[in-house]
Write a protein that binds this ligand. Structure first.
Ligand code: NAD
Length: 469
């Protein structure tokens, strides 16, 4: 088996050969990637079920279709994304060709995580391939079945000179990071992000950080409670709450909480029946370690469980759970929950709710539920988050036209659609000059004189060129 260095060297050699530069090559590799997903849909669904008990419906919606749609979008738009952008000129640069050219970065590393083990690895890879890079992907060892399947499939479908899978956990990832990359794209926790950043700093490698945090859902003003309960429950309990953009907690008034609880109970009964553990539509917690972390959180919380609360260690099951009377400093409010537990925190007014959010790190997503436009606009204006969605949850990440990424502690950089292409491209500033207008150019040469300076300032001003046109 190749060592990690040999793999990086092989890809670097391929990159330097220029093979990834043409639109045809990129497009052909993206088409093969799409074939890989389509040919192996059944195996992918099975692997996701093995790792997370993921329902087929959720696997197709959030992993297979998300990736296939992204590939279609990239193939369709690649010719226009690859076009140079011509910029406006001054009189002094009138005869030059001045443009921004998108160039691939080189050999890039994508480190994935386990909650959407296919989507979070392959979707950034689409941007990296579209931008003309050679790519190493490192799946999460926690989602072992999908990890193995991806490692088997990628070399069967894609160019082995240009793309590779490296498997392993923390030690292997750290060993891989000893090598120089031209970009590192990491999805995962903030804690691990710090180690990755330290390693990246050795080679001054630029990074994209797709992290997490606590995504709030504010419910204020008039609201259609039945619809709100359905959308909230779907967004929260999709993938058993193991989504980086799942609503982590709800902020609302006591009156809203009183109305929401019966609606949530009703909704959960409709979604998963009287005994959710027997429902095929609810995922399992990914590992015993994560199951223990979540059940410990529930035990330590001083809040009151009003819906769910049941768990089964052997089955790695935790029921969709709602907790009320949650104090602002409760253990459930300290760190991202990343599981099917929904705390409701009573904050009486919208203004105080906004202050509550702004006192914490900027979240990856922020949700507001309200019939009142003024409430939605106020929250949008007075808060900051990676993404924002009113009257729904999670769904905003399905549009490739919208950038997906965090802000502040929830992440740096973005991808999806053109944003992924841009993340993995260098925007090279190009000025193609000939030898014309040498007298005009001569104004900048010594000996310096005031009259030359005046002329130069006039020719270099964008206003001069506009007024002459
Ligand atoms: P994880 O354990 O799968 O780790 C992520 C990756 O880092 C894996 O490939 C793993 O092998 C590697 N890794 C783990 N420990 C390491 C170490 N010490 N050194 C180097 N590499 C290491 O996933 P996780 O960290 O449990 O991820 C959960 C977090 O990810 C949550 O906070 C969640 O919000 C966040 N997340 C963010 C996004 C996003 O798109 N922004 C998506 C999903 C998850």
């Amino acid at each position: 088996m190749d060592t990690k260095k040999e793999i990086v060297d092989r890809l670097r050699l391929a990159f330097r050969s220029g093979i990834t530069l043409s639109e045809q090559f990129r497009s052909a590799q993206l088409t093969k990637l799409m074939l890989m997903i389509k040919d192996n849909e059944k195996d992918i669904v099975n692997a996701l079920h093995k790792d997370l008990g993921k329902p087929k419906f959720e696997a197709i919606l959030a992993e297979i279709d998300m990736v296939v749609n992204e590939i279609h979008y990239a193939i369709d738009n690649l010719p226009s994304w690859m076009q140079a952008d011509y910029v406006s000129k001054t009189l002094a640069t009138k005869l030059d060709d001045c443009f921004v050219r998108r160039e691939p970065l080189g050999v890039v590393l994508i480190i994935g995580t386990w909650n959407y083990p296919l989507q979070l690895l392959i979707l950034p890879m689409v941007g990296a391939i579209a931008a003309g890079n050679c790519v190493i992907i490192k799946p999460s060892e926690v989602s072992a079945a999908t990890d193995l399947l991806i490692a088997e499939l990628i070399p069967k479908y894609l160019s082995q000179d240009c793309y590779a899978v490296v498997r392993g956990g923390a030690d292997e990832t750290m060993a891989l990071l000893q090598n120089r990359f031209d970009h590192i794209f990491y999805t995962g926790s903030q804690a691990v992000a710090r180690s990755i950043l330290q390693q990246a700093s050795v080679h001054l490698t630029p990074v994209t950080m797709e992290l997490g945090g606590k995504c709030p859902c504010l419910i204020y003003g008039r609201v259609d409670i039945a619809a709100a309960a359905r959308r909230l429950a779907w967004a929260k309990f999709f993938n058993a709450g193991q989504s980086c953009v799942a609503p982590d907690y709800v902020l609302c008034s006591q009156a809203t909480c009183d109305a929401l609880l019966p609606a949530l109970r009703e909704t959960l009964k409709d979604f998963y029946g009287k005994e959710p553990q027997t429902s095929p539509d609810i995922s399992r917690i990914v590992s015993q370690r994560h199951w223990t972390r979540l059940t410990e959180l529930l035990k330590k919380s001083s809040g009151k469980v009003v819906v769910g609360g049941e768990s089964d260690q052997e089955d790695k099951y935790i029921a969709p759970t709602v907790v009320v009377d949650v104090a602002k400093d409760d253990v459930l409010m300290q760190e991202e929950i990343f599981g099917p537990i929904l705390p409701i925190v009573i904050v009486d007014s919208l203004e105080k709710g906004i202050d509550f959010v702004n006192d914490k790190e900027k979240p990856l997503a922020l949700y507001v539920f309200s019939d009142e436009t003024s409430v939605v606009k106020t929250v949008l204006q007075k808060t900051s988050s990676g993404g924002f969605c009113s009257n729904d949850g999670i769904i905003h990440i399905s549009l490739p036209g919208l950038p997906f990424g965090g802000v502040g502690a929830s992440g740096w950089g973005s991808y999806h659609g053109r944003w992924g292409f841009e993340t993995f491209s260098h925007r090279r500033a190009c000025m193609m000059r000939g030898w014309a207008l040498e007298r005009l150019n001569g104004l900048r040469y010594p000996p310096y004189r005031d009259d030359k300076l005046s002329w130069l300032r006039w020719t270099a001003s964008p206003k001069t060129f506009c007024s002459l046109m």
